[in-house]
Design a protein around this ligand. Structure first.
Ligand code: HEC
Length: 121
């Protein structure tokens, strides 16, 4: 499978999930993350991805995608792709390299909960 078709397949699934209004099918397969721990790990991400639900980085330098409210399985997949080198953005490759599978699941649980759903400690 080429990179492009893979990307298309992923966005197709995302669109289908959005259309059906939920991610039940994926949620079952996704590792269970600890959102409270994700909130702590989030200090590594906040400088670029901003407050959950916001897009605060400098768009004239690089448009940082909004990840607050993103589906957990998508976030884990994206982080694994940076770690494996399948995705190549240098900042994210550097960040993802230091994350364990559990870290990724925890961060995904935190971000997918969306703004205001996880108390920040
Ligand atoms: C140095 C700045 C920086 C830091 C720190 C950073 N990111 Fe990113 N992140 C980016 C940029 C820039 C992109 C877009 C890269 C691309 O186009 O592939 C991105 C992309 C992503 C994506 C993919 C989003 C999508 O829509 O495909 C995820 C998920 C993500 N980051 C999660 C995180 C998490 C979780 C952390 C903390 C552990 C983090 N990032 C820390 C800059 C950063």
């Amino acid at each position: 499978m080429t990179k492009m078709t893979k990307l298309k397949a992923i966005s197709g699934v995302t669109a289908a999930l959005l259309a059906s209004g939920g991610g039940a099918a994926w949620a079952q397969g996704a590792p269970a993350g600890d959102a409270a721990n994700g909130a702590k790990l989030n200090s590594m991400c906040i400088g670029c991805h901003g407050i959950v639900g916001y897009k605060t980085a400098f768009p004239e330098v690089y448009s940082v995608p909004k990840i607050g409210g993103q589906h957990a399985a998508y976030i884990v997949k994206a982080l694994q792709a940076y770690k494996s080198g399948e995705r190549k953005h240098p900042s994210m490759v550097g960040v993802a390299a230091s994350l364990s599978d559990k870290d990724m699941a925890d961060l995904a649980a935190y971000y997918s909960a969306g703004p205001g759903k996880v108390a920040s400690k």
